[in-house]
Structures are given as C-alpha cells and as structure tokens.
Design a protein around this ligand. Structure first.
Ligand code: GLN
Ligand code: ZN
Length: 763
C-alpha cells in the first residue's frame, strides 16, 4: 500500500505579498502587463519548486490566480455580463478580467470603449474570510470557452519539469455560487458540462493524468436539483479526460456521503480537520479501488497537528488501502511560512504551523507510515513535546478566567429594565432630537494618519509625538462634527489600525504575526490575530480616548467597541476548546470595558458585530446553536449597564430576514445597518417582526466614492418611515468612514444633517 502527499493549493500572494505589490503597481500603471505576468510566473515557479522540495507528490497547478479562482472559472466559461461589452465571440482579456474584479472608470484611464462599469458582487467563500467574485448568469448569457487557464498553467509547470494535478472549480459548485438574474443558473448545466468536458479532454491530450475538481458545495445542504446535477455532471466528466480527484472541504459529507460515493470519479478528498468523525463512514462507503485523500492537517488554522494521534488513526487504514495525505483544504487560507515570524516567542512558535510547516507535517506522517515511526523518531518526539507543552502551558490556562466563566449567572445577560422603560430613561439623559444623526465610528484614515502610524511602528516617531498627533486628529474630528451639527459624536478611531487587531493587541490571550498575511480578496491581505489562550483584559482599552473626546464637547460621544463574535470570527482561534468557549471569554473582557466606559460617564456605547452573520455555519441545522451562543456572548458583553446607558450595535450587511429573531434577542437600544443599496426593503422584515428598538438604516453608501445629496437621503428616510415609527429612526451612514476622504465625508455628512432637519420639520 502506498502513502503519498498532496497539496490542494498553496497561498498565491507569495511569502512577502509579492503578488499584492505587483498587482497594485500594475493597476497604478507603473509596471506593464508583461512585468505583472513575469512576477506572477516567478511566484508560480517558486511555489512549485518549494512544495516539491518539501515532499509533495501531487503538486497543484491552476491554484494560482491573479485575483480570484471563481472569477477565473467564470471568465474561462465565458460568463461575462453584458455590461462589460465584449464583442460576441471575443475572449476576455486582462482588462475585462480586472474590470469584473474591481470595476473600471472607463475613458482615458482604461483605454477601452466601454464607459465606467461596476465590478461583480463580492462575497465570502463558504465560511472563510476569503472573498470571491460572484458569477452572474443573465438570461442572454451565452457560454463559450475562453482562454483555458488550467491548461496553460499545466503546460507552464510541465515545461519547467513539474508534473502537476490541475485544480479546477467544479461545475456544480460554480453554478451553486452563481447569482441568477432572471434565469436559474442550473438551466445552463448541460452547456457548462460540455465546456468542462472540453477542458478535461484538452488537459488529457496535454498529458495530465489527474485533475483535482473542487466541489466544496458537497458539504452543505443540497437541493434535489443540485443532487441531480452532481449525478449528471460526473456521469459525463468521469470519462471525459484525466482521472478526477473530487475534493470536498470545509465540513463533513454527512447526508451527501452516498451521493459523493456514487459518483464515478477516481478519487475522493475529505476534510478530517473540520469533520474527523466522518472517516469511518467514508472508508466504508468508498470502494477500495477509489483513491482516498485525507485532509488530516487543518488547512485554515495555524496550529501544529498532533501527529501521534493522527498516526494512531492512520496506521490501520494505511495497511488496507492506498492513501493520500493532504491539508484539509487549500492552504490559501493559511499564512505562508512560520520561519518569517521574527517576533513570536519560541514557546508560542513551537505550537504553530503555517502552510510550509503543514506540508512538512504531512511529509513526516508519510514517512512514519511508510517506514515506521522509528524512522522519524526524533521529529515525532519534537512534535509530541510541542503538543504536550501546549496542553499544559501556564500562559494558555488562566485560572481567574475559568473561575469567572464558571460563576456566570443568568442575570449577567439581562438588562435591568425592559425596552420601554429604557427608552424613557435614555431620552431624558440624552435629550436627542427626533431623527438623531450619528456616524458609525471611524473617520478617514488619511495618508497622514497611516504615515504617522507606520513611522511610530518603525520607531521613527516616538510615542509621545504619535499620541499628540492622534489627539490633534481626534480634536479636529470632534470640532468638525459639532460644526456640522451631528447629534451623537464619535471620536474617530484614528488610533486603530483595524477594528479587531486593535483590541486583540490589548487583550491577554492573543498573539500577532509580522508576516502572517492571508488573502482576503484580490490584492487585499489581512493578518488575523492568533487567539491562543484564555482571554482577559489587563487594563482599559478605549476609556482614555473616549474621555479625551468627551472632554471636548457637550454633545454625547459614543464609546466604540468591537463585539466578541466579530473578534472571534476574524481571528485564528483555539482548536483546543469550542469556539463558543473562546467567545465567552472575549465577551467578559468586552463587558469589563463597557462597564469602565459607563463608569467614566459614557452614555452611549456601540458594540460592533460586523461579522456575526458571516459566522453562520454551513449547515442550517447548526444555525440555532451558533446564534444562541453568539447572542448570549453579545448580551454578556452588553447587558451589565444601567437603564440610562444606551447600547448600540452596528452590522454591515443587509440580509437579516433569516436571523431577525436573534437580532431582536441581542436586546440593543439602537442598531445601525447597511441599507443604502436596497431601498429600505429590508426594514419590512424588522417591521413585521415588530422590532422594538431604534434602527439607523444607513443612507450613505460608504462603499462608493459618490457623495449622495440631501434629497435622496430624505427620500430614503421617507421610505424607512413606511415601515417604522419616526421615534425609532436614526440617521447615519451604512458603515465606518475610514476608507473615504474628508472631501467626500464632509459634504455627505453635511447633507445627512440637513436631511434630518428636513425630516424633523415634516413631522
Ligand atoms: N466602528 C467601525 C468603523 O466605523 C465599524 C466598522 C465595520 O463595521 N466594519 O470603522
Ligand atoms: Zn460596518
């Protein structure tokens, strides 16, 4: 029996974000298309060489993308919306590709006939923090094969001496992710399959023996139409070209196991990090002649694997059948190389594995299975020591935290009085006009702000000068808001690099990398904090900033915090305890901050939960449990305050209908949401649910550079009044203003304030 090692995909951005920098130079016009291609090719070559050197037997190709692999697939299939104005029969070039990814301004800058054109919609890739460009199927969509990127990448690798297994996004997943504009994407199944069959045939001609087809949709709840599509698709593709390794990840197959096992493919990959319990059932269901690929190390977290425990499980199986060992999913979601972390201490570092180290672990497992554990005894001992050390490390387990968690009571989640009484008390304390105006928290992070932070981080600017700079920016923001006539002010968040990182850096239990970048979308990368231990708050995190800002004005200034669920969802989290246990600890730390803000005199505190919705599990069955603990954690963070303290939350999305009861259960006093693009339709849901609290439906779309006029804001608020009482409505933008410039923010907020005045005069 043989054991081999596969990589399902490697980070594309490069060990030092080389792709990001090349892309941004290309977009800025400082390098040519050839230079961009050259940089991309260099990264691909280095990635193949590196993985090969690390011992990967199944090297992936076509896992690289200049922007997004879903967009690559759409372009390959010719699913180009009409607004990009391609002549019929013309294949999309790089210009159209980037227009679909990012929009284009047209005219002189882009040199293309079309005018300005919007980008495709972007959304999260399953439950990861990677965003893809949503395929659009229009009634007039005529699919046709464009440039066959999988073939080109395969040949490129081959020319350099790398035999690869091309990675292709599967047809059923692609269709499932597509958005319908007047026609059901699945109506196109046969057309799509014909194109896939051609792609596979071309790959076979070129010499590819295997392909990896990714169908992560197989770990979600499937409709009958999707199931039939699977059967039909693989009946056709199973014989169309190279052998197929069907890759599933991000969860277990569960009720889709018999469907997956029935498909005529040569191999099946399963995720054993997310769903270790599925191994036995899969082994039983999948015939012996099919190659099993086991995702044994977690492709989307940063922890070192427990190799001894894995070997206990794998050894009996390896005696029975051929096995492929792989990360659970593409390593796209992991940082590249732990060796580049110069600032992590050794103790913490030994618990971690990034993409490179994960492949080393797989290689070690393979050697242990092939030649016996003795053959790699020293390496296994190191791994075992690290595992053991992490289990017992003092810095992970904080007695005070576990005692606090054990002592939680029901009361701690309950506000003192019900909604009606709080409204009364708060209106006496705050004395706000009807349609109060506010903003979501941040003000423009200008070049000057970013420069000062960078200089401070590099040690060029000393702490005192940096502080003075931030105070000056805050004061200016307060003065400007007063002048503009905003009713509830914010301090502007100039001191924050990022809404999660800022808190992570101040909480015990979090660590930060210097180079642990992960692609979020296109050239944008994030460096998620690593939540490794019990969380507590050594000292107040925001109180001084709030106090300084409030000291400058008589108008109320909101305290501004990130909520526990969002901090959790945007971090690499512990795998040694359930997510909800980590979340509850964060909630207690935020609760401490809330109470300190209140004690300092703060009358309104906003706790942002930008990522609450995106944490929803892939299977609907698991939604209630998640929502239960997520709401519970929010309440734990928020509910300690008195009736007079107004609790706000902010959520940057517009899909609420399916989670409205949970939003209500958060029991906030004010919620601000994203509505600018949806004509207030979603307020109907809040109204029918009789949502009792106040709502600020965002009336300034901050994601666009456009400055809206007063009239359109008034019109939006009038629409809002069709659903909600005037006393329930706040007037605000739909998210923070940090990505905008002051030249946009000033006129937009001025118009917003006059809109509120117009509305007041009408009522
Ligand atoms: N308070 C944060 C800000 O204004 C909220 C950002 C967000 O929800 N994404 O930037
Ligand atoms: Zn937001």
């Amino acid at each position: 029996m043989t054991v081999s090692v596969a990589s399902l995909g490697f980070p594309r951005i490069g060990p030092r974000r080389e792709l990001k920098f090349a892309l941004e130079k290309f977009w800025a016009g400082t390098i040519s298309q050839d230079e961009l291609e050259e940089a991309a090719q260099g990264l691909r070559t280095a990635t193949w060489a590196r993985q090969k050197a690390l011992g990967v037997d199944w090297l992936p190709s076509n896992d690289f993308s200049l922007y997004d692999h879903v967009l690559d697939t759409s372009v390959m299939l010719g699913a180009i919306p009409a607004r990009y104005d391609l002549a019929s029969g013309q294949a999309a070039g790089l210009e159209t590709y980037f227009a679909m990814a990012r929009g284009a301004t047209g005219g002189a800058t882009c040199g293309h006939a079309h005018g300005s054109v919007t980008a495709g919609e972007m959304t999260k890739w399953f439950d990861t923090n990677y965003h893809f460009i949503v395929p659009e199927i229009e009634p007039e969509t005529r699919l046709q094969l464009g440039h066959i990127k999988p073939l080109q990448d395969y040949l490129e690798a081959k020319a350099q001496g790398f035999e690869t297994r091309p990675v292709i996004l599967g047809p059923v997943t692609w269709l499932s992710l597509a958005k319908e504009y007047g026609s059901d994407p699945f109506d196109l199944l046969e057309e799509v399959l014909a194109l896939y069959a051609t792609v596979l045939a071309r790959l076979e001609e070129a010499g590819a023996e295997w392909v990896q087809i990714d169908e992560p949709i197989l770990v979600t709840d499937l409709t009958d139409r999707q199931r039939r599509a699977f059967t039909r698709a693989y009946a056709k593709l199973g014989r169309a070209g190279p052998k197929i390794m069907l890759a599933t990840y991000f969860g277990g197959l569960e009720n889709n196991l018999s469907l997956a096992a029935s498909l005529p493919v040569a191999g099946l990959h399963i995720d054993l990090a997310r769903a270790p319990e599925q191994l036995d059932a899969v082994v039983k269901a999948v015939p012996q002649n099919r190659l099993l690929s086991l995702g044994v190390v977690d492709g989307r977290n940063v922890w070192r694997a427990d190799l001894a425990a894995l070997l206990d499980r794998l050894e009996p199986l390896a005696a029975q059948r051929d096995l492929v060992l792989a990360p659970s999913c593409s390593l796209l979601h992991a940082p590249v190389d732990l060796q580049l972390e110069s600032k992590l201490d050794d103790e913490l570092k030994q618990w971690l594995a990034f993409a490179v180290q994960k492949i080393e672990e797989l290689d070690l497992l393979r050697r242990a299975l092939a030649n016996g554990r003795e053959s790699v005894a020293a390496e296994l001992a190191t791994s075992a020591r690290a595992t053991e050390a992490r289990k017992t490390a003092a810095r992970i387990h904080d007695r005070a935290v576990s005692e606090r968690i054990a002592a939680l009571t029901h009361d701690m989640r309950e506000r003192r009085a019900g909604h009606a009484e709080r409204v009364k008390t708060q209106s006496e304390v705050l004395n706000l006009p009807l349609f109060p105006t506010t903003t979501i928290g941040s003000f423009p992070q200008t070049g000057a702000v970013r420069k000062a932070r960078a200089e401070y981080n590099r040690g060029v600017l000393d702490g005192k000068s940096y502080d003075a700079f931030l105070h000056q920016e805050t004061e200016r923001a307060i003065r400007w808001q007063e002048e503009a006539g905003v009713d509830m002010l914010v301090h502007g968040e100039f001191e924050r690099n990022d809404m999660v990182q800022y808190f992570g850096e101040k909480l015990a239990g979090f660590a930060f990398t210097v180079n642990g970048w992960v692609q979020s979308y296109g050239s944008r990368c994030v460096r998620p904090p690593i939540l490794y231990g019990d969380v507590s708050r050594p000292e107040p995190m925001t109180v001084d900033w709030w106090r300084y800002a409030q000291g400058l004005t008589d108008k109320p200034v909101k305290g501004m915090l990130t909520g526990p669920v969002t901090i959790l969802n945007w971090s690499f989290v512990r795998d040694d305890q359930p997510r909800e246990a980590s979340c509850r600890q964060i909630a207690l730390a935020i609760r401490d901050e809330v109470l300190d803000l209140e004690a300092a005199g703060c009358k309104a505190i906003q706790i942002d939960e930008a990522a609450l919705r995106e944490g929803l599990p892939l299977r609907e069955r698991d939604w209630p449990a998640y929502l239960d603990w997520a709401v519970d954690c929010f309440r734990l963070a928020a509910a300690g305050v008195g009736n007079q303290t107004q609790i706000h939350t902010h959520m940057c999305y517009s899909e609420f209908n399916d989670i409205l009861p949970s939003i209500g259960a958060m029991d906030t006093d004010v919620i601000s949401i994203e509505t600018a693009r949806s004509q207030m339709e979603l307020l109907a849901g809040f109204a029918s649910y009789r949502y009792p609290s106040a709502i600020g439906p965002g009336i300034y779309d901050i994601h666009s550079a456009r400055v809206p006029g007063e009239d359109e804001m008034v019109a939006l608020m009038r629409l809002a009044q069709k659903h909600l009482r005037p006393e329930q409505l706040w007037v605000n933008p739909d998210c923070g203003l940090k990505t905008r410039g002051w030249d946009e923010v000033k006129p937009a907020i001025a118009a917003m304030v006059s809109a509120a005045r117009t509305l007041r005069a009408e009522t």
